[in-house]
Design a protein around this ligand. Structure first.
Ligand code: NAD
Ligand code: ZN
Ligand code: ZN
Length: 394
């Protein structure tokens, strides 16, 4: 089959690789019809090279049609239409029973201190081949795939794999009071959908922040108040406080995560900065161009006292300096983590009808053949060509 593989930093290629086969009696093989490209793929493309091997098959946002089922699969049959959640979760361990599918104990990966295995996230998360491919082997065929009806376009359901549950959890964790306010930092697919869900669920004010004009425009069109981060720079906190009686928003969703603008940061520099008082450490980071935590620092600045920060963007590294004094003094609540995809499916399915309240049918800005995957990565990484969300079609 054809599959998109990692080859090196900013180098992915579509290659011919062996077809996946049933290995366990509860496996299913899915023929992929649409598969998303995600900001999380860009971390692999850009900064996580040391954790990848050439040939790793990427992708964790697939849907398709069941091609073959293992001997013990009773919940699905060939021809069923399914979406595959990005966490490889069993559905019946202690953690899955708590709705913490990202911590599934059956597939938990300990090598790097990480949680449940993920599709297409290399040896960092269990070395499970990904779904930017013609076919995918899916474990836990009786509990993991989400069966969806035939008929509507793939766009209607494909985001159940990641974007929808991730944005939904971001809003849940943000704990916005009824009619309250939230700032969403980063308006890529995740931030845009989080803004849309927050408005749908009754937030009174959604402030969207990004630096890409088309992304700001899209989220403005949902009814959010958008601020261009390039224009406001260090005054962004004041701009948000101006909108909220001087307090800051009740909640902040950080949908940026680590953005490496420039070279990866030396661990020693991070450790050194971590030993300094908040203000000095921050100044040093700015002077050194170390802005890997830029969004999180902004979140800490713009959240009101006693408010909640919901971190949905992915961060890595153990020596990241945190302004503990400010966080303690403002009594900030901080929640974060990978989405527990299966947990939110029942909340989301009723919103995927023909009235399309979350705008999923028109969410993709680009649809490209799998063979053009490398161009999709390059364009998405550069935020060029108005690209916000791309579906690859094998
Ligand atoms: P994306 O790269 O398209 O979006 C990031 C956006 O942040 C971009 O539009 C960028 O212009 C903007 N940005 C960069 N620095 C900023 C700053 N300092 N302030 C405001 N905006 C800034 O990616 P995406 O697909 O939307 O994903 C967003 C994040 O969510 C990524 O880190 C991704 O890995 C993560 N993610 C997490 C989960 C999860 O389960 N927690 C799931 C999917 C994605
Ligand atoms: Zn994703
Ligand atoms: Zn489990």
């Amino acid at each position: 089959m054809r599959a998109l593989t990692y080859q090196g930093k900013r180098d992915v290629r579509v290659e011919t690789v062996p077809d996946p086969r049933i290995q366990d009696p509860t496996d299913v093989i899915v023929k992929i019809t649409s598969t998303g490209v995600c900001g999380s793929d860009l971390h692999l493309y850009e900064v996580l090279g040391p954790y990848l091997d050439p040939g790793d098959i990427l992708g964790h946002e697939p849907m398709g049609v069941v091609e073959e089922v293992g001997a013990e699969v009773t919940a699905l049959a060939p021809g069923d239409r399914v979406v595959i959640p990005f966490n490889v979760s069993c559905g019946h361990c202690f953690m899955c029973d708590q709705g913490l599918h990202s911590q599934c104990e059956t597939t938990q990966v300990h090598a790097y201190g990480t949680g449940a295995a993920l599709f297409g996230y290399t040896k960092l998360y269990g070395q499970v081949p990904g779904g930017q491919a013609e076919y995918l082997r899916v474990p836990f065929g009786n509990t993991l795939p989400v069966k969806v009806p035939h008929g509507p376009p793939d766009d209607r359901f494909v985001y159940l794999s990641d974007v929808l549950p991730t944005a939904w959890q971001a809003v849940e964790y943000a704990d916005i009071p009824p009619g309250g306010s939230v700032t969403v930092l980063g308006l890529g697919p995740i931030g845009a959908m989080a803004a849309r869900i927050a408005l749908h669920r009754g937030a009174g004010l959604v402030v969207g922040v990004d630096r890409v004009p088309e992304r700001l425009d899209r989220v403005s069109s949902y009814g959010a108040t958008c601020l261009d981060q390039r224009r406001h720079g260090k005054d962004l906190g004041d701009a948000v406080r101006d909108l909220t009686d001087g307090r800051g928003t009740d909640a902040v969703i950080d949908a940026v995560g680590m953005e490496a603008h420039g070279a990866p940061v030396a661990k020693a520099a991070h450790t050194a900065v971590g030993l300094l008082p908040d203000a000095v450490g921050r100044r040093l980071m700015e002077t050194a161009g170390i802005d890997r935590l830029a969004a999180l620092h902004t979140a800490i600045d713009v959240v009101r006292r006693g408010g909640t920060i919901s971190v949905v963007g992915v961060y890595g590294g153990s020596a990241d300096p945190m302004p503990m004094l400010t966080m303690f003094d403002k009594q900030i609540q901080l929640r974060m983590g990978q989405a527990n995809v299966k947990r939110w499916v029942d909340d989301l399915l009723p919103l995927l009808g023909d009235d399309d309240p979350l705008g999923v049918d028109t969410f993709a800005t680009h649809r490209m053949p799998l063979e053009e995957g490398p161009r999709a990565y390059e364009t998405f990484q550069k935020k060029a060509d108005g690209m916000i969300k791309t579906l690859l079609v094998p």
